[in-house]
Design a protein around this ligand. Structure first.
Ligand SMILES: Nc1ncnc2c1ncn2[C@@H]1O[C@H](COP(=O)(O)OP(=O)(O)OP(=O)(O)O)[C@@H](O)[C@H]1O
Ligand SMILES: [Mg+2]
Length: 775
């Protein structure tokens, strides 16, 4: 399988970054690879594997109200101009707090506060939020996983929600298997993920699972925020090789990365260095970056970059002699062993490759800008970059791309690189473009410049010590290729145009989402004592107390027993309202996961709420049927058992949606825990039992009318006394005394149901529009 930029250059040497990855991918067989590669778009449209999109940023500025200076704004990003190419991987680097995550969030459409200005386009068009949800992947810095699922289930759950429903389950499973293998998760595939209290998989495995979640839908664009932090250097490199492998079919990738090893850094095509939200370098990684630092940042800021550059050059210069000596030794040994071709066949890494892998350019670059930042020179570096030839070349390139976009030829990446692309990549041009049509569809000047690059490369490789020649060529003009190599652009295909304009948040329909949530999440909850306990225990306890306390008194209509009956009914109506507290954590504690999954386009808010309600209501039907049966017949209440059960069930359901509403409005558990019981207590006063409805002052009457407890208890009272409405106080019957004479219990049940509808609607709105996670 050929790769877009399989031989990515690092500094002056070619590093075959994908060799291992390619073999891993191929070793999985075509079916597996195809299963993973089948993206929602390609599967559904049959549009082939062409998938990447060029992302253009021009003068992108992002401000938020300052935390430190009231009334002022803080510039978290300032005039960021860059382009992320399809089939390339760009590193976002810089000191902590420099704005890397901010930029990724902005690109992925996940900012909820602040103001953005400037140009941002995907494939020449401004993407809809829905497009970003559906067709881009975002691996966030912190893991948000479902602790009850195994690693395999977590990936399959995401696959079922993010891959098209038309794809059979077996293919989704195959794709998951491929991914598990690629991310080295097979050994822990069936281990429960766990949570902070019950240990499951390791932190590194969780990190890789998180990456797998983004990869399972094979997105057109992939953003990763510190995908390697917490991983050992070997695993980090392996993981990044997997990610890098995605560029082969054109995926556009941007990743923030802290202190990558030299080998990991070599996997990137380009690097963007940010300091205090400003670009101080955007261009090829490796030697060109070091050269830029040495020549443009000034001696103080360049720091060790110049020294490292000298070392690189020394290593490159010494490489031919070392290699010649090594080859002579290897040839002699092979001849001695009778293997004449041995020396030729055996491909060894070059001395300069090995030397280059020993130098950590990334560390030196980040160190240089961090120290410069500490010295207060951030703006100086940004200005140096802004005035550099590189920045001007980049700006020209962006203008060209924007013009193409305006002419309706916005950058859609191709599936495979052209020869020119591969050569360009080998030269470190990092300008590998659409595969097809380089000669047919590209602008003439683009074709010419690509040809120039090819010519240059051919000349370079033709010379003896071609590698060294390449080094020299790049060293003499590291950015020449960047400026000259314009690209071919495919017209944005109809399929991509449709995707970019999509208004639908999810790949799968809502009923599929509902079914998947129930299948993976609710089924686990139903087997989890920690989930079942709070939902059953309180109702079991209180129903048993009511049963034993009021045993057999329900049909005793003696005047002195009436208060017992009505209070037992009141407690019955009250219980679900107080028990509602058990349903709050389901929303509050899951918020980060919900926000992430929603932003990933896994489901709509409606689907999420519907799944939660179905999950709760099914259990509620079962437990209310049992509890209401032994209480009704044990206490020997009168009236219809169906009404007694129905009121209890609807009352409990109202409690659940009320809890969801309060949870959705509350920023955290503390607020929810204070708000819900506080609200429920207010309902007690106006239900008509502690104070009869007639006695409630006129200015509070309205509250009595919107008190669900009044209707729950009222229906139970009418059910109990309508055929035995005995004298209770003075000459008033019990129903007359409580203002319930002539009341229709079915109408009261109807009113109670209305509260369910209102609270559920408000909960849906609150979950949709109230954002507690500000970023
Ligand atoms: N309201 C605000 N007022 C002032 N500064 C803010 C505000 N909100 C965020 N910031 C600053 O914005 C900067 C950007 O943060 P961001 O998370 O993007 O950094 P980062 O480069 O990803 O850092 P790290 O490498 O540590 O993850 C930080 O320095 C942060 O302190
Ligand atoms: Mg960050």
């Amino acid at each position: 399988m050929s790769t877009a930029s399989g031989a990515s250059s690092r500094g002056g040497v070619d590093v075959d970054v994908e060799a291992g990855d390619v073999s891993t991918y191929d070793s999985m067989g075509k079916a597996g690879a195809a299963a993973l590669a089948a993206s929602p778009s390609t599967t559904s449209s049959g549009a082939g594997s062409s998938k990447g999109l060029r992302i253009l940023m021009k003068d992108l500025t992002y401000t938020v109200p300052s935390n430190t200076k009231k009334g002022e704004v803080a510039y978290l990003l300032r005039d960021v101009s860059a382009f992320l190419e399809p089939g390339q991987m760009t590193a976002l680097m810089g000191p902590s707090g420099s704005g890397k995550t901010t930029l990724l969030d902005l690109l992925a459409g996940r900012k909820t506060v602040g103001k953005t200005s400037g140009h941002l386009s995907f494939g020449g068009v401004t993407p809809t939020k829905q497009f970003l949800r559906r067709y881009t992947g975002y691996v966030e810095q912190f893991d948000t996983l479902l602790g009850d699922l195994t690693v395999r289930e977590m990936l399959l759950y995401t696959a079922e929600l993010k891959r098209p429903t038309s794809e059979p389950l077996t293919e989704k499973k195959e794709a998951v298997d491929v991914l598990l293998k690629r991310l080295a998760l097979t050994p822990c595939a069936d281990v429960r993920i766990g949570d902070p209290l019950t240990k499951g998989i390791s932190g590194g495995q969780a990190k890789r699972t998180n990456i797998g979640i983004a990869l399972i839908s094979n997105p057109r664009v992939l953003f990763l925020d510190e995908p390697t932090s917490g991983l050992d250097s070997y695993t980090a490199n392996e993981v990044m090789k997997v990610v890098r492998g995605l560029t082969s079919d054109g995926t556009t990738i941007a990743a923030t990365i802290h202190s990558p090893t030299a080998a990991t850094f070599a996997l990137f095509d380009r690097v963007m260095l940010l300091v205090r939200g400003q670009v101080v370098y955007f261009g090829p990684q490796g030697l060109p970056a070091l050269e830029f630092a040495a020549s443009e940042w000034g001696p103080a800021a360049a720091g060790t970059a110049s020294e490292l550059l000298a070392l690189h050059r020394a290593a490159s210069a010494a490489a031919p002699a070392i290699e010649a000596a090594a080859a002579a030794t290897a040839g002699g040994a092979a001849a001695a062993a009778g293997d004449e071709d041995g020396a030729k066949k055996k491909k060894k890494p070059s001395a300069s490759s090995i030397a280059a892998l020993a130098f950590n350019d990334a560390e030196v670059l980040v160190e240089a800008v961090t120290e410069a930042d500490h010295r207060g020179e951030a703006t100086g570096l940004a200005t140096a970059y802004a005035q550099s030839r590189l920045a001007q070349d980049n700006a020209r390139q962006i203008e060209l791309y924007m013009a193409e976009g305006a002419a309706g030829r916005g950058g859609l990446g191709g599936s495979k690189p052209s020869g020119a692309c591969r050569v360009a990549a080998a030269l470190g041009v990092s300008k590998c473009n659409s595969s097809k049509g380089a000669s047919t569809k590209a602008a003439p000047e683009a074709a010419a410049s690509v040809a120039d690059v090819e010519q240059g490369a051919a000349a370079a490789t033709a010379t003896a010590g071609g590698e060294q020649q390449l080094v020299r060529q790049r060293t003499s003009s590291p950015f020449a290729a960047v400026s000259s190599a314009t690209t071919s652009s495919l017209s944005v295909s109809e399929q991509v145009a449709k995707e970019l304009a999509t208004r639908s948040e999810t790949v799968t329909p809502w009923f599929w989402g509902l079914w998947t949530l129930l299948k993976y999440r609710s089924s686990k909850n139903y087997c989890n004592p920690g989930w079942l306990g709070p939902r059953i225990a309180d109702k079991l306890l209180i129903s048993l107390i009511i049963l034993t306390l009021y045993l057999g008194v329900g049909d005793n209509f003696a005047a002195d027993n009436l208060i017992n009956i009505q209070s037992s009914l009141f407690m019955w109506a009250l219980l679900p309202a107080f028990g509602a507290a058990s349903y709050v954590p389901a929303i509050v504690l899951e918020r980060r996961l919900f926000v992430r999954e929603r932003a990933d386009g896994l489901y709509r808010v409606f689907t999420y709420l519907a799944a939660k309600l179905v999950e709760e209501l099914v259990l509620s039907v079962i437990i209310t049927l049992i509890f209401s049966s032994y209480v009704f017949y044990g206490v020997q209440l009168r009236g219809d058992w169906v009404v007694f059960w129905l009121v209890y069930f609807i009352d409990l359901s109202v409690g659940i949606v009320l809890a969801y509403l309060v949870a959705a409005l509350s920023p955290n558990m503390d607020v929810a825990n204070a708000a819900l019981p506080g609200f429920v207590v207010t309902l007690l006063f106006f239900a008509g039992q502690l104070m009869t409805v007639d006695s409630i002052p006129p200015w509070w009457q309205w509250y009595s009318r919107i008190d669900p407890l009044r209707y729950a208890w009222g229906a139970l009272m009418v059910n109990q006394f309508e055929h035995n409405d005995v004298i209770f106080a003075g000459d008033q019957t019990i129903l007359q005394y409580y203002g319930l004479a002539g009341a229709d219990k079915w109408a009261y049940i109807g009113y109670l149901s209305l509260f369910w509808i209102v609270f559920a609607t408000l909960a849906l709105l609150a979950l949709t529009y109230v954002r507690h996670q500000k970023r």
